[in-house]
Design a protein around this ligand. Structure first.
Ligand code: FPP
Length: 251
């Protein structure tokens, strides 16, 4: 039986986040340069988007480029930016046909103007769609995002817009770039690494973590659905006991 057939459609996570890792190693295994791996990674991005949309996931966050990735060799950074622009342009009408939205989170000011412009164009072109919301984390890091939120909250306290007493988890959520988006229930990382790498640190507080040895360019729809099956077989306790989860009437 395929993994897709094993999925319980009443327990689909609303939000799945993915750290797409292993493009460089995939290319090296084939005696090619890292860019070759990123180019093949695009096929896996398509597969993940389709797999998520087909089972009714509402939000899919993809870690496409971290703040730390700016430290990679210039030719790799440039190639990744060029690839992003090319993919955004070439996929726009297909995404639109499939009722998919795109939202970019991250430090837009640090993006080359060409990339920032294309990002804005595709976001507005797809903004009325009501299907899967693909959140691209681009020049993103969680610590950057959290510091920004803290600065904005401090500034609003200073202006008298909010009171220190109003600062709650919900208020903090509303200052993050993921405001109004439910926290991911499942985080997938490919390539065998078991780290969060500065990705959605606040939002992943209660996420189930799923690690696979597969390198990103090899990750396909069945791999995505296998992760969903693993998620559905876990008991999510949120600090409670197993008995409390199984028998909700127990106090
Ligand atoms: C990590 O592999 C991957 C990246 C830093 C870039 C991800 C980009 C893509 C999948 C292509 C385009 C994306 C979109 C959204 C169109 P790595 O380079 O760290 O691999 P390694 O750990 O094996 O060196």
């Amino acid at each position: 039986m395929s993994f897709k057939e094993q999925i319980d459609s009443s327990k689909i996570p609303q939000h799945v986040a993915i750290i797409m890792d292993g493009n460089g190693r995939w290319a090296a295994q084939r005696g090619n340069d890292r860019i070759f791996g990123h180019e093949h990674g695009v096929e896996a991005v398509r597969a993940a988007i389709k797999a998520a949309a087909e089972i009714g996931v509402k939000h899919l966050t993809l870690y496409a480029f971290s703040t730390e990735n700016w430290n990679r060799p210039k030719f790799e950074v440039d190639a990744l930016m060029t690839l992003l622009v090319r993919v955004i342009k070439s996929e726009a009408s297909e995404l639109n046909k499939n009722n998919i939205r795109i939202n970019v989170i991250g430090d837009r000011n640090s993006l080359p103007p060409k990339v920032a412009g294309e990002v804005e164009k595709i976001e507005s072109m797809l903004s009325q769609n009501t299907g899967l919301n693909v959140i691209l984390a681009l020049s993103y890091s969680s610590k950057w995002e959290i510091i920004n939120a803290v600065k904005s909250i401090a500034s609003d306290v200073k202006k008298g817009k909010i009171d220190t007493q109003d600062i709650s988890q919900e208020l903090f959520d509303s200052y993050l770039s993921t405001a109004n988006i439910p926290d991911p229930e499942l985080m997938i990382r490919t390539s065998g690494e078991r780290r969060l790498s500065n990705f959605l640190l606040w939002q992943l507080a209660y996420a189930e973590l799923y690690f696979t040895q597969k390198l990103w360019p090899d990750f396909d729809k069945e791999d995505f659905w296998e992760a969903i099956c693993s998620f559905q077989n876990r008991e999510r306790r949120f600090g409670k006991t197993s008995d409390q989860i199984k028998k909700p009437n127990i106090k």
